[in-house]
Design a protein around this ligand. Structure first.
Ligand code: B12
Length: 213
């Protein structure tokens, strides 16, 4: 079993989608527990990818292709995880704020969070404060993750925090923010709970907010 999980980890780290799919299916057919394939295969590989990114050995393209391979494995694994009632690390509603169409960074953050065991509700781009509020109020979300790439759309992060307060759901969720112009100081200024400078740090921030790291 350890060997096949090792091959899955290698497949993901090398961004080899078909090898990842083949080995995840093989592991499932061999009766390896879906939770073990997730934790010791997919999540372990993406944690290593995050570490290599932080050390400057991997860059955004390597991270993207690794995440794509992880996603391919996840598609096969998901029905088994649901059947085995494996709980996600938390549920994150992620979106790029109103007026902003940049989604490359947001998508990468979503993929790395998924790779870390989080369930993702991807709200897309140009997401209004009302849509974030709806996710917080009605979708069983633990974390609201907002992305902004324009200095002109950053204020919509603040507007969303205010809208969450006005709707009485601010205390139901944690809020984390990111995007090239966003800083830790801005997160503190608008009353967000967390900030991540890149996708790997987004995972660390989300885990911290969930109290799991
Ligand atoms: C690609 C791009 C586009 C593409 C977007 C395609 C897409 N599907 O995303 C297109 C061509 C559509 C575009 C359009 C525009 N763009 Co543009 N774009 C860029 C560019 C070159 C790269 C952005 C990117 O994808 N980076 C790569 C990703 C991986 O990095 P990232 O987004 O920063 O995300 C990482 C972190 O920030 C963090 N992160 C991101 N989100 C989140 C969320 C959370 C919760 C956390 C924790 C972390 C996190 O993790 C990510 C992964 O490591 C930047 C320049 C730059 N260097 O940033 C300009 C840039 C952002 N764009 C700019 C501008 C001005 C525009 C336009 C207004 C241009 C125009 N006149 O039409 C339009 C605006 C359209 C709109 N309404 O949104 C300016 C913004 C200037 C400013 N200070 O506001 C920039 C900085 C270019 C420049 N130097 O002038 N753009």
């Amino acid at each position: 079993m350890e060997n096949i999980l090792e091959v899955i980890r290698q497949g993901i780290m090398e961004g080899d989608m078909s090898l990842t799919e083949e080995k995840v299916q093989e592991a499932l057919d061999a009766g390896v527990a879906p939770g073990d394939i997730l934790q010791e295969g997919l999540i372990a590989a993406m944690a290593e990818v995050g570490r290599l990114f932080e050390e400057g050995e991997y860059f955004v393209p390597e991270m993207l292709i690794a995440a794509r391979a992880m996603k391919a494995g996840m598609v096969l694994l998901k029905p088994y995880l649901v059947a085995a009632d494996v709980k996600p690390a938390g549920k994150v509603a992620a979106g790029t704020v109103k007026g902003d169409l940049h989604d490359i960074g947001k998508n990468l953050v979503c993929m790395m969070l998924e790779g870390a065991g989080f369930e993702i509700l991807d709200l897309g781009v140009d997401v209004t404060p009302e849509k974030f509020v709806d996710a917080a109020a009605n979708q069983g979300v633990d974390i609201i993750a907002m992305s902004a790439l324009l200095t002109t759309t950053m204020p919509n992060m603040k507007a969303t925090v205010e809208a969450l307060k006005a709707a009485g759901v601010r205390d139901k969720v944690k809020v984390m923010i990111g995007g090239a112009p966003v800083t830790d100081a801005y997160a503190a200024e608008i009353g967000a709970d967390g900030y991540g400078a890149d996708a790997s740090r987004a995972v660390a921030a989300a885990k911290h907010l969930m109290g799991i790291a």
